[in-house]
Design a protein. Structure first.
Length: 263
């Protein structure tokens, strides 16, 4: 029997990149996966797809009701959806840029945790206690300082401590729900397409690879494997943790300017 057999997972931002890789890995481990995004549904993706704006509380209410009605339970939530918000600094970031970035990256994760806990409580094996895993995608920008992008960095720092707060609350309430954050370094997704177009993929990727002590940026599936572990019972003693999957960038001082890419 697959380790996630019988479990239901929601993955936001599941149409591409880390989200799509996570959907495939969770489904491969036996979970029934509902992926959501504001982008079009990917072709041949496992599970079902729901158009969903993570910045909308009403959209979260509707998603939870839909999943509980159709799948009957909720065991895993991966809050992956996010935006970079551009490269604006503390001096150049506009209020509109700030609010849009925070509404998706920070408030969207808050809403996910809020309604994810509600869903897991309703379907747990020992109501009102339950069992579940929430995995929030942050970034190394949520661990170390950067001159920019200011709004993105602030939002990812918020995700880090929001995850700890949710983890401690669920522990105090004896819900059996774990919550952890993942902090990727550079990941080879469409987010780097502008750099590849400007420098050429080979030259651009070599530059990004060189900023990672391990010698290369991550494939989306490498981050997905971390998420899969946190979603599974193999990490049953892990909650409130911040997992840096960054190729060693945050391990110590580097001789060059630290690279803080958007996820």
């Amino acid at each position: 029997m697959s380790e996630l057999s019988g479990q239901v997972a929601i993955v936001t931002g599941g149409a591409s990149g880390i989200g799509a890789a996570t959907v495939a890995l969770l489904a491969g481990a036996g979970a029934t996966v509902v992926s959501t995004d504001i982008q079009p549904a990917p072709k041949d993706a496992p599970g079902r797809f729901v158009a969903h704006d993570v910045a909308s509380e009403e959209a979260w209410r509707a998603l939870l009701a839909d999943v509980l009605e159709r799948e009957g339970r909720l065991d895993i939530l991966v809050n992956n959806a996010g935006v970079t918000g551009g490269r604006a600094t503390i001096e150049t970031t506009t209020v509109e840029q700030w609010r849009r970035t925070e509404s998706i990256n920070s408030e969207g994760v808050f809403l996910g945790c809020k309604y994810g806990i509600e869903g897991m409580k309703k379907t747990g094996p020992h109501k009102p206690a339950s069992k579940g895993s929430i995995v929030n995608l942050s970034s190394i920008a949520g661990l170390i300082g950067s001159a920019g992008p200011t709004a993105y960095t602030a939002s990812k720092g918020a995700v880090r401590l929001l995850s700890k707060s949710a983890a401690m609350y669920c522990a105090e309430q004896k819900y059996g729900i774990r919550c952890n954050s993942v902090h990727p370094g550079g990941v080879d997704t469409a987010i780097f397409d502008p750099l590849w177009q400007a420098m050429g993929r080979d030259k651009g990727k070599a530059m990004v690879d060189a900023h990672h002590p391990i010698g290369h940026m991550a494939a989306p599936s490498e981050i997905g494997e971390v998420i899969l572990w946190l979603a599974s019972d193999r990490s049953s003693f892990v909650t409130g943790a911040e997992i840096a999957a960054d190729g060693g960038i945050t391990t110590g001082l580097m001789r060059r300017q630290p690279f803080v890419p958007p996820r």
